[in-house]
Design a protein around this ligand. Structure first.
Ligand code: DX5
Ligand code: ZN
Length: 220
């Protein structure tokens, strides 16, 4: 049985010690670094943008999983691809022409991700599944780290997994928000492939061990 992919979220790192935290991620079993971009409009918070991306690119050896919580993401896709993104997630709720946006992300040589807010049903993805490499299921309302996991997400992930299988899609299922060792194995049982973890990693007593445990949270 495959190990889950683990994507620690930079949002919970110590920005006064960014290089130290990035080196920690480099040494860890993490598969990606999750990079949360918030614009203060799509979500009620502002995080970071290109200057931080440049600094991260210099020191981070893991592929970047960029989560755009911004309106009109099309305006910035090229810049994030040039900035080193491996995966770019746009929000379903922020895209009028989602098919075009996802195709453009792939043309830029990145993997195309679609993020769903907790209230957004999975059914709307059926007609664009061929354009999707990964679906990012939000298990909190986006905008802040350290929130509580919304339990309904487990059913949503299971439903999405059925949709993916029924359409013979190879899209991965990623879950973001309030994820930790307490819910990781239930999420994996429901069909998740990638776990994003902010506070449960960076605020842990031993972040390297926290990543290792998430990586091994499914019994082979
Ligand atoms: C929330 C962000 C998440 C956040 C997760 O809007 O998209 O990626 O960093 O942080 P935790 O794991 O602490 O909930
Ligand atoms: Zn995120």
């Amino acid at each position: 049985m495959n190990r889950p992919l683990v994507a620690p979220s930079l949002l919970a790192a110590d920005f006064a010690n960014l290089q130290r935290d990035l080196e920690l991620i480099n040494q860890s079993e993490a598969d990606y670094l999750h990079f949360d971009v918030m614009d203060g409009e799509f979500v009620p918070n502002i995080s970071f943008g290109f200057p931080i991306l440049e600094a991260v690119q210099k020191h981070c050896q893991k592929p970047l999983d960029v989560h755009l919580m911004i309106v009109n993401p099309d305006r910035y896709l090229d810049a994030f691809a040039e900035g080193g993104a491996s995966v770019i997630h746009v929000h379903y709720e922020a895209c009028t022409h989602l098919h075009r946006t996802l195709s453009h992300i792939r043309e830029l040589g990145c993997q195309a991700g679609v993020a769903l807010n907790p209230h957004t049903p999975v059914d709307g993805l059926e007609d664009v599944l061929e354009q999707i490499d990964v679906v990012l299921v939000m298990s909190v309302n986006p905008g802040f780290g350290g929130q509580s996991f919304i339990p309904h997400t487990l059913r949503k992930v299971a439903k999405l997994k059925q949709l993916v299988l029924a359409n013979r899609s190879s899209a991965l299922i990623e879950v973001d928000g309030g994820v930790g060792l307490n819910n990781a194995s239930a999420l994996l049982d429901a069909g998740a492939d990638v776990l994003v973890a902010g506070n449960s990693v960076f605020k842990a007593h031993d972040p390297l061990e926290a990543i290792r445990q998430l990586k091994h949270s499914r019994q082979p």
